[in-house]
Design a protein. Structure first.
Length: 324
């Protein structure tokens, strides 16, 4: 019976999580032990803690946990590669049948993993965890999040509302994801491109019990722009249409100048001319900046630098490691 059960790998990206990690470890051990006892997953299933270059005692806690309990595995990245690369490191470095990614603060309800497994039994290969509402958020957080998703949808980026990076993926989905070699990662938009059968589970998000959020406003804005610039050419088209619109205004202004000159002589108004020149110059610089962002992404992709570098692993046998 155990041989027919699928091996589950729960991946928790960790960055400076020493305050909350001990509690997270207890919660996840209890959850996975329950799933194994209920014969929903294989006894070989593991919880993988991926350290993304933390500067506190996160890796020490991971090392101690792995030494005491073989249910846990640890991956230490050589430096900070970012949240998206850390998730990829966990999925690409360890062999499993099912992969679940969830943040180490456990604000996303881990109990939903059992529901995700039911969706897999019904044929789903990707299961998204989605928040029911944002009632627990502050007004600013709620408003900024809504603007964030509206911005992405406005620019044609296909993302699920209120879904972050809490999801389950089958082995086939992860293997297919490897065919997307881009370095500018935005998994929330990349995973839907796989096209496999999907399902959704809904949960109430809880408040963080310890530590600080690793996604303040500036990082959320950076992530949103990365998503837009990596998956949409709408900003470039806006620049094009803006240029055409300004050219049209320039022609109208030129016609107006000829009319005034023929009717009333020289046009006076130095301030108005300087204002127009300043506005047009600002638009040009903004347009060049947007184009430059896209060129910068091409530059990054062309170098093909690794998404992550593993410095050390714990409790991963050779048979569990994915061979390149």
């Amino acid at each position: 019976m155990a041989e027919k059960l699928q091996k589950l790998l729960i991946i928790l990206p960790c960055y400076n999580e020493e305050e909350i990690l001990p509690s997270t470890i207890k919660t996840m051990k209890k959850l996975l032990t329950s799933l194994v006892k209920e014969k929903k997953v294989s006894p070989e299933s593991k919880i993988c803690l991926v350290n993304d270059g933390s500067k506190d005692k996160t890796w020490e806690i991971i090392s101690q946990t792995c030494a005491q309990d073989k249910m846990f595995a640890g991956i230490k990245l050589s430096r900070n590669f970012g949240h998206q690369s850390t998730i990829i490191a966990g999925m690409y470095s360890v062999d499993a049948d099912l992969y679940v990614t969830i943040d180490a603060d456990l604000q996303d309800n881990p109990e939903c993993i059992a529901e995700m497994l039911k969706c897999v039994e019904e044929g789903a290969e990707v299961v998204y965890g989605i928040r029911k509402s944002r009632k627990t958020d502050s007004i600013f957080k709620r408003t900024s999040a809504q603007l964030y998703y509206r911005l992405l949808n406005l620019f044609g980026v296909d993302v699920l509302y209120n879904h972050a990076d809490y999801r389950l993926m089958s082995r086939r989905a992860v293997e297919t994801l490897k065919q997307f070699p881009e370095r500018n990662l935005f998994l929330r938009a990349t995973v839907p491109l796989l096209g496999f059968k999907t399902a959704q589970v809904y949960y109430d998000r809880t408040a963080r019990t310890a530590g600080e959020t690793k996604y303040p406003l500036n990082k959320m804005l950076a992530l949103a722009w990365n998503g837009v610039s990596s998956f949409s050419i709408v900003p470039l088209r806006i620049v094009t249409f803006l240029g055409l619109f300004i050219c049209f205004l320039s022609v109208l202004f030129l016609i107006y100048l000829f009319y005034r000159y023929s009717a009333k002589g020289t046009v006076v108004g130095w301030a108005s001319l300087v204002t127009i020149i300043t506005i047009f110059s600002g638009v040009q610089l903004l347009s060049l900046g947007i184009i430059g962002e896209y060129i910068a992404k091409i530059f990054v992709e062309a170098k093909k630098r690794p998404l992550f570098i593993v410095e050390e692993t714990l409790n991963l046998d050779d048979k569990e490691k994915i061979k390149d």
